[in-house]
Design a protein around this ligand. Sequence first.
Ligand code: HEM
Length: 425
Amino acid sequence: MTLMERVRETTVGRSIFRIPDRVTERDKAAGHWASFLLHIYPVKVRRIELTFNYSAFLGVASLVLFGSLLVSGIYLMFFYVPSPASAYGNIQAIQTEVPFGQYIRNVHRWSAHLMVIAVAAHMARVFYRGAYKSPKEFNWVIGVLLLVVTLLLSFTGYLLPWDQLAYWAVTVGTAMASYVPLVGDQVKELLLGGPSVGSATLVRFYVLHVAVLPLALVGLVTIHLWRWRKDSMLTLDPDKGTVKDVRPGVLVSTPADPVVTNGKRILGVVPGKPAAGDRKELSDDDPVMVWPHLLVRHAVAALVVLFLVLLISLSFDAPLKEIANPTVTPNPEKAPWYFAALQELLAHYHPLVAGVLVPTGIVVGLMALPYMDRNPLFTPQARRIARLTFTAFLVLWIVLTLIGFAFRGPNWGWVWPWVEWHGEL
Ligand code: HEM
């Protein structure tokens, strides 16, 4: 008898752990369904989902970073008032007077940057796996919306410290809005609450940042995970081009318990080794219990992400420049790094193209992707063109981002970052 089993047998133990030990998979599944926390997960997933190569656990990483942003953000809200008269001073006080203020501000800032990277990388991983194909097209579309909301959350947060970096990054970012055909000026006015960035802009960005966008993200993530839970055992049959359910009608064992029941009823469990004939080589499509196999991996992934955030936040302080000054324009004026590719394009093309048509084209193109790609096959060899096209766009975007972020200096002229550094985070 293990120590845990002994604890559960005691009077106190029985009063805490009400659920009896679950032995068979049917019992374990019942326990899973009965649990409030576990029921956002499917009971079983295909065995391949346990591997790092499948998802690199980037969806979970995005979720954990969002959690870190919520917790640190609520703490910061206690000490912050969104007005040009107080905002900058509040941030200074957070850094110098509030207990753990500097650290929590660092956690919030670095988690936001990491979340943009994690969400984009999660999208790329899902693409390379072909996981946007039937029946998961709609979840991909929800994912694209999540990417847009994540970027907007980061962008609206950028203004709140009310320093020179914030003020001018948002001035550059919102300037693009005025190039939207027909309604450009109205859109810009709606965002800014006036002709330029000012106190009305700060209040609008604050409300979007702490209420509207987080609620939208929570709503979308709920649908996203619900669809993942519903679709996780469904896969496309490449031979027939139809969706198949890989759940078998009979109980199938997990790698931890490689006994196949072959449809026989389980009347009791006798400890011992399975007979040789009962062993089954598990394939990638075989279902395995989410608890404990997937959950343990997710817990490890979450700890790794949180450790990384802790390490970065202890090592680097979030930037805070001089207080915002509408009369002193920094040179170069830079948008946040995730818009650096667009800003680089703006230097070469008309703002209508670079600021409106390109971003709209990217979002619409990504949403339409699962409906345009009619190839039912998943293997890398069968998806050469799709993978090459996506990789070409991805590399182009990363190069443009790097150029805009690190290789541009005063008057948007070329600089070598090791000679002059103008990148801001
Ligand atoms: C806030 C942002 C996001 C969060 C928190 C999130 C979270 C997750 C989680 C936890 C999973 C299940 C486990 C995994 O595959 O890692 C998942 C699956 C998925 N995500 Fe996301 N995701 C986000 C954004 C996106 C984006 C931007 C896309 C694509 C445009 C996307 C497309 C998908 C798809 C298609 C699946 C199903 C994959 C499969 O079942 O094989 N997600 N997401």
